[in-house]
Design a binder for this molecule. Structure first.
Ligand code: AMP
Length: 299
């Protein structure tokens, strides 16, 4: 256990984590893969506001990366991350080694059907199994009262809500709105792979999502035609290789037509300049985002 600048306690083992966790009142937890930005800071600030102790984990989880994905080059800067954590009000940072999380003989996977299957589940086989497994481990290690996840990763949030409900994990899952640059680009650690000009081009994703919102506002209710409005915007930049652009209700299962008031979301994933980017928006910006899991489907 060490004290980093800004008074953050850095913890690397489950035993030390248990020691700092003990006896302290409500704990808010923010799991991350590091290379923190304002989006992560918003989660941390929220965790600190609503709890006595804010714990952040920084762990680039090998289990959620496919064999051809960017695990090896995923950006890392622990010193900078600790400063962001301190500034945002985190008191504890848990940053375990991969060998601590996955010791020899590790054999368990948490795998979901339903919400984890379409979209990123189809595009990244095994990804959500890796996410669910590490998040359940981290929740068991930290034992927080509340855990904070970004709406930026909408399907991930749905998967976590489903897992927590299905497995009776005693934690409140809190979704936090996406933080964007002024340009509209959703903040992401992976944006660091892109230069300024490329980041400007990447705003095509959020512009595509807004085009779908506009088509919905104009009265379109056919899912394929709504999606086409977004795909047309993506097609304006030849650099974009779309993985999917989909309008889905909270259970993530695409329907031929959208029903107003059913909290539909439009999600996009696309590769640009060799980087896979994702983003999403509510189909109807006036929709409330449900804080809890409705019966039969994750929010
Ligand atoms: P990551 O480090 O990418 O695994 O993200 C850690 C957490 O931060 C996840 O819950 C993400 O959804 C959340 N997050 C990432 N980017 C943003 C953003 N731009 N706005 C809000 N939350 C975000």
């Amino acid at each position: 256990m060490t004290d980093a600048p800004g008074g953050v306690q850095v913890v690397r083992t489950p035993e030390d984590l248990r020691a700092v966790r003990q006896g302290l009142g409500p704990v808010g937890f923010v799991p991350t893969m590091g290379y923190l930005h304002e989006g992560h800071a918003a989660l941390i600030r929220r965790a600190r506001q609503e709890n006595a102790l804010a714990v952040v984990s920084i762990f680039v989880n090998p289990m959620q990366f496919g064999p051809t994905e960017d695990l090896a080059r995923y950006p890392r800067d622990l010193d900078r991350d600790l400063r962001v954590c301190a500034e945002a009000g985190a008191q504890v940072v848990f940053t375990p080694d991969a060998g601590v999380m996955y010791p020899p003989g590790f054999s368990t996977q948490v795998s979901l059907t339903g919400v984890s299957e379409p979209l990123d589940g189809a595009a990244r086989p095994g990804h959500f199994t890796g996410v669910a497994t590490v998040v359940l481990k981290l929740l068991n290690l930290v034992q927080p009262d509340r855990a904070y996840f970004g709406e930026k990763d909408w399907q991930q949030l749905a998967v976590i809500r489903r897992m927590v409900a299905d497995l009776n994990v005693p934690v409140q899952v809190v979704g936090v709105p996406t933080v964007r640059a002024d340009s509209g680009l959703a903040l992401s650690s992976r944006n660091s792979y892109l230069g300024a000009e490329q980041q400007a081009r990447a705003t095509v994703l959020s512009r595509a999502l807004r085009a779908v919102q506009a088509a919905y506002a104009a009265g379109e209710r056919d899912t394929a035609r709504l999606e086409q409005a977004g795909l047309d915007v993506l097609a304006t930049d030849p650099e974009v290789q779309p993985d999917y652009l989909a309008v889905v209700p909270p259970d993530l299962q695409r329907q031929p037509t959208v029903t107003p008031d059913s909290l539909n979301r439009v999600l996009v994933a696309a590769r640009m300049f060799g980087v896979r980017l994702i983003d999403n928006l509510p189909l109807d910006p006036t929709d409330p985002v449900p804080a809890a899991l409705p019966p039969g489907g994750p929010a």
